[in-house]
Design a protein around this ligand. Structure first.
Ligand code: SF4
Ligand code: SF4
Ligand code: SF4
Length: 203
């Protein structure tokens, strides 16, 4: 085997899994990242509570970041972790369970059930919005948006009749590039819940 191939098959350590998960601010993203990284590498599949438990937890956690989970899903993930903690054959399964349990009992975690991700890492929970009162119609966001999600025309001096800039929510992939280039602080993140309220008021 060549040196290069040896590097590719280097086993992933549990410390690496934890370090990657710890980079996330949102506790749901942290737990999901840990479980996914564990499933992709150190999990060996030799025992049922760990292998099936991790797969089931992964499905439930994905529902949570998509905004389709219920309290039952959080309770199920807790129960899975408790079983894994006791019944997993090795330390790797037990460490995964411990990580889940350390992160799951927080306000930020359960707030996802009411449409809020406090750290704005779960993109299904946020929307980008142009604030017309701050927007100078400079057009920088228009140029940077690769998804053609910005509706607006760059303002030309002395000409009037411009429509305010807007974001077409259905096209927006929530990449965040527009917010980075806007020098006027005219784009903000709002929760999906706030967005729904705005749309109800408009209708
Ligand atoms: S607990 Fe250990 S032995 Fe069991 S599936 Fe997980 S990694 Fe494999
Ligand atoms: S970059 Fe900001 S100020 Fe410029 S058009 Fe976009 S939202 Fe408006
Ligand atoms: S977040 Fe990305 S896709 Fe959405 S409007 Fe901004 S630049 Fe376009």
């Amino acid at each position: 085997m060549s040196e290069e191939n040896k590097k590719e098959t280097k086993p992933v350590k549990m410390e690496d899994v934890k370090a990657k998960a710890n980079e996330k601010k949102c506790p749901v993203q942290r737990v999901l990242c840990f479980v996914e990284e564990f499933l992709a590498a150190p999990m060996c599949g030799k025992c049922f509570p760990c292998s099936m438990g991790s797969y089931e937890a992964d499905i439930r956690l994905k529902k949570l970041i998509k905004g389709t989970a219920t309290e039952d899903d959080i309770n199920a993930v807790k129960e899975i972790a408790n079983v894994m903690l006791v019944a997993s054959l090795c330390k790797k399964g037990k460490d995964t369970a411990r990580y889940v349990l350390e992160n799951i009992d927080s306000k930020e975690f359960t707030e996802h059930l009411s449409g809020k991700c406090a750290s704005n890492e779960c993109i299904e929970y946020v929307n980008y919005l142009v604030l017309p009162e701050k927007c100078t119609m400079c057009g920088d966001c228009l140029e940077v948006c690769k998804d053609n999600a910005i509706i607006g025309e760059k303002k030309k001096t002395y000409l009037s009749g411009y429509e305010p800039f807007e974001i077409a929510q259905k096209r927006c992939t929530k990449c965040g590039e527009c917010i980075k280039v806007c020098k006027f602080d005219a784009i903000k993140l709002i929760t999906a819940k706030e967005m729904a309220e705005k749309e109800t008021i408009k209708a």
